[in-house]
Design a binder for this molecule. Structure first.
Ligand code: TXA
Ligand code: MG
Length: 390
């Protein structure tokens, strides 16, 4: 199959959809309406969309991704009117959360109506719904006139795509079209919260943090116990997709995590923080040495705060935060003071390491609270829970 490319050139430059972008979105929407598959940007990661009401379209999504069909899809809508027919009822909690966080990076699980085929929900009686805030995504969904089922637009098992190029690498020739709206902003998938029961339950952490959900609902949000446990614990996560070894790079990966975050507000506390960061850096360096061998390359993910400590005293420190030799590929993926930058870059770096056939990956952990909870969740999956605490 030939995959058509629709580059939203003006949207990429200005963030606004021009007439010529609109024409491209109209052509992409026709594919969706007619049962075809279109990858498109959202504010989190790129999605692989199909008409959520057509069992055949959902089957094609699973086939294109090489994804097990018991792993349900998220249905994307552009307004509340489109949500109503998809669910048995809109729970009170859902209304409160929608008023605050939609459109945005929040997915809610509700009881499905008969209209939604089991092919879309992986056989479940519930359906995951999200209203994305990305303007191109919104426009595409509106133009298609149908609810759009869209998992992340990667081959199953690879990191989620944050650029159209990532999508092309995985799905070129397997889907009808790719809409290129530039790199996605957030970089990790939406928060998933189950609002189908009495109590709200967090199934996947994301940019809408646990604190934000609790502040909005004015009640405690439970955490799916499987989120906190290693994957081989025998606990079955309520979001079926969370059980797979998602987001995984080709190389084995290990995380070096500090323990200085609890009770410390940010990382302002000078000397103490420096010492704690140096513990992480020294552990990473030791691991680099242990895993170095002729012909092998180690990938290291560090942070702006630790970058300079990886260089010998007196060495010129590269400004661009990327340093490659025959034996190492060292990168800072962002600042610990701005975790958004880390979330934004994480998957792209993991993909780069895949492309370079890196043999072993070592990553510094980050503060596991707020957005850091989502970052650590994705890192730990990529590392198959291989984590060293210092
Ligand atoms: O940010 C996102 O959510 C992106 C963009 C494209 O919107 N989409 C995304 O989809 O990450 P996907 O398929 O990669 O992840 C969907 C997750 C899976 O873990 C799946 O198991 C869970 O949502 N899920 C879907 N329907 C569910 C349901 N009815 N009950 C529990 N979990 C569900
Ligand atoms: Mg996914």
């Amino acid at each position: 199959m030939d995959t058509e490319f629709f580059e939203l050139a003006d949207y990429k430059k200005t963030g606004e959809i021009s007439l010529s972008d609109e024409e491209k979105l109209i052509r992409a929407a026709v594919f969706l309406r007619e049962g075809g598959l279109v990858a498109f940007p959202t504010e989190t990661v790129y999605g692989l969309g199909g008409n959520a009401l057509l069992p055949e379209a959902s089957k094609h999504i699973y086939a294109a991704k090489g994804r097990p069909s018991d792993n349900p899809l998220i249905v994307h809508v552009a307004d509340m009117e489109s949500l109503r027919p998809l669910v048995k009822e809109i729970p009170a909690m859902a209304k409160i959360l929608a008023a605050k966080f939609w459109p945005g990076p929040l997915t809610m699980i509700m009881e499905k109506s008969p209209k939604v085929p089991y092919e879309t929900t992986g056989g479940l009686e519930t359906v995951a719904i999200r209203m994305p805030s990305d303007k191109a995504a919104m426009e595409l969904i509106k133009l298609s006139g149908v609810p759009v089922a869209a998992p992340s637009a990667n081959t199953s098992g690879r990191p989620s795509p944050t650029t159209a190029l990532h999508v092309k690498e995985d799905l070129d020739g397997k889907i009808d079209a790719i809409v290129d709206g530039g790199p996605t902003g957030i970089g990790v998938e939406s928060t998933i919260v189950d609002v189908s029961g009495e109590e709200p339950v967090l199934l996947r952490p994301g940019a809408i943090t646990l604190e934000m959900l609790e502040n909005c609902l004015k009640e405690a949000v439970d955490i799916d116990p499987a989120l906190e446990k290693p994957m081989d614990s025998g606990l079955h996560p309520k979001a079926p997709g969370m059980k797979y070894k998602h987001y995984a790079p080709k190389a084995p990966m290990v995380i070096v995590q500090g323990d200085f975050y609890e009770g410390c507000d940010g990382i302002e506390d000078g000397m103490k923080i420096y010492e704690e960061l140096m513990k992480i850096v020294n552990a990473v360096k030791a691991l680099v040495n242990e895993n170095s061998a002729p012909g092998k390359r180690v990938g290291v993910i560090c942070s702006d705060e630790t970058w300079e400590y990886y260089f010998e005293e007196g060495a010129t420190i590269p400004k661009e935060k990327i340093y490659k030799t025959e034996s190492i590929d060292l990168r800072s993926i962002g600042s610990r003071k701005d975790e958004k930058s880390i979330a934004h870059n994480l998957y792209a770096v993991l993909r780069d390491f895949d492309d370079e056939n890196i043999d072993y990956i070592i990553a510094e952990g980050v503060d596991p609270r707020k957005l850091g909870y989502a970052i650590m969740n994705r890192m730990q999956k990529a590392a198959a829970q291989h984590i060293i605490r210092v």
